[in-house]
Design a protein around this ligand. Structure first.
Ligand code: GLV
Length: 313
């Protein structure tokens, strides 16, 4: 069995070693960005890819599947060479959910405790005790109820929030009021105090968080984005923060990453910017998951996590 691996050079040795250990007897070939490919090279059975590498699909005639070493796959769908005739399989959780839950819990608690207000008061040396808030008096909504979003929603339930979820299709989640389909979006958003987006970047989610939709949130609401930056219209968020409609946002993903140094978000203390760290892929868990799925495919068994090309996730 042959696997071609494409990951950033600084972590290549680590991933290569993990794949070799997890797939004894397999030939694991590391493909560097810009590396020339011998046209006579033996084609691989599988490709595992983290960052885009323009030559990774060159000369591949017998691929059985492509594994994305990430949960989001928008960057791979944009690759001209990505074969559409074999399954593209993305990471499912692989340790990311635990980290993303922690990130959302921190942002939600910051909102509950009004730490953003106290940060402003501190800048003004202003001692004022604000009315306390209890999670049970607050509505939190999670957009995107996939493997990660569902766990995030559940964690907010455990934190005591009244939790809603928004998904494309009906889902059952204990303690979560689920709104399914575009026609239910407004009802989902109405009066939310904390909105968390775990949405992938697809044509259907592009700009879904805009002036009109965000205006439906409760006054002083807080927006958290840990999905993909394209779901949010940046200028609309800033305008709503300026107006005081939103108290602020906690953003980990952006339309352009790294976030350009002249971007408005950097200038607003109400907008917390983190550099796409809410759910870092853990190489060991990711490799174990991919190796497990390769074994399932080789036995002719079905695997989960296959991307629906028409939906874009
Ligand atoms: C991280 O953003 C991922 O998609 O895995």
């Amino acid at each position: 069995m042959r696997l071609v691996l494409s990951v950033p050079p600084e972590v290549a040795a680590l991933w290569h070693g993990l794949f070799e250990a997890a797939l004894p007897g397999a030939h694991v070939e590391l493909r560097e960005p810009g590396q020339a490919v011998d046209p006579g090279a033996i084609p691989a059975d599988f490709v595992a890819i983290y960052g885009p590498c323009e030559t990774v699909f060159t000369g591949q005639r017998g691929l059985k599947a492509v594994f994305a070493l990430s949960a989001g796959i928008g960057h791979l769908l944009a690759l001209p060479g990505l074969p559409r005739s074999v399954p593209l399989i993305r990471l499912e959780d692989a340790g990311m959910a635990t980290e993303m839950i922690r990130y959302v819990q921190a942002a939600a608690l910051r909102f509950v405790l009004r730490l953003d207000t106290y940060a402003r008061q501190q800048r003004e040396a202003n001692w004022v005790q604000q009315a306390t808030r209890a999670p049970s008096s607050l509505k939190a909504g999670v957009m995107g109820l996939g493997v990660i979003g569902a766990q995030v929603a559940q964690a907010l339930v455990e934190q005591g929030f009244a939790v809603r979820g928004y998904a494309q299709s009906e889902k059952k989640l204990k303690g979560v009021q689920v709104f399914a389909g575009k026609s239910r979006l407004d009802a989902f958003l109405d009066g939310l105090n904390v909105l968390v987006s775990v949405l992938p970047a697809t044509p259907a989610t592009d700009g879904i968080l805009n002036r009109q939709s965000l205006s439906r949130l409760a006054d002083g609401a807080h927006v958290v984005n840990i999905g993909r930056g394209a779901a949010l219209v940046d200028d609309d968020l800033v305008a709503l923060v300026e107006r005081g409609k939103l108290s602020g946002a906690t953003l980990d993903v952006f339309r352009e990453e790294p976030l350009p140094s002249d971007h408005l978000f950097w200038r607003y203390p109400e907008i917390v910017v983190t550099p796409h760290i809410s759910g870092i892929t853990g190489p060991a868990a990711a490799v174990a998951q991919v190796a497990g799925k390769i074994a399932q495919l080789e036995r002719g068994e079905p695997v989960s996590g296959i991307v629906a090309f028409e939906k874009g996730y």
